[in-house]
Design a protein around this ligand. Structure first.
Ligand code: FES
Length: 65
């Protein structure tokens, strides 16, 4: 699904890049998402947070040695 129409950025694009970003600002700097009209800001932020939670969940679920 396209999240940012202005820059043609999909939820998959955000999820892919979010795993390598430390903050939403870094995501915006990398993809330019939500940097024009701003209509997509809430959806982009939610997609970013969901991707970050997924990334952290994978780390938490790793077995302890
Ligand atoms: S829809 Fe993303 S900046 Fe306009």
């Amino acid at each position: 699904m396209i999240v940012c129409v202005c820059h043609r950025i999909s939820d998959r694009d955000i999820t892919h890049v979010a795993r390598r970003c430390e903050s939403f600002d870094e995501l915006q700097f990398t993809l330019n998402v939500a940097t024009r009209c701003g209509t997509c800001l809430d959806c982009a932020r939610e997609t970013f947070e969901a991707a970050r939670c997924g990334a952290h969940a994978g780390k938490v679920a790793a077995p302890l040695e």
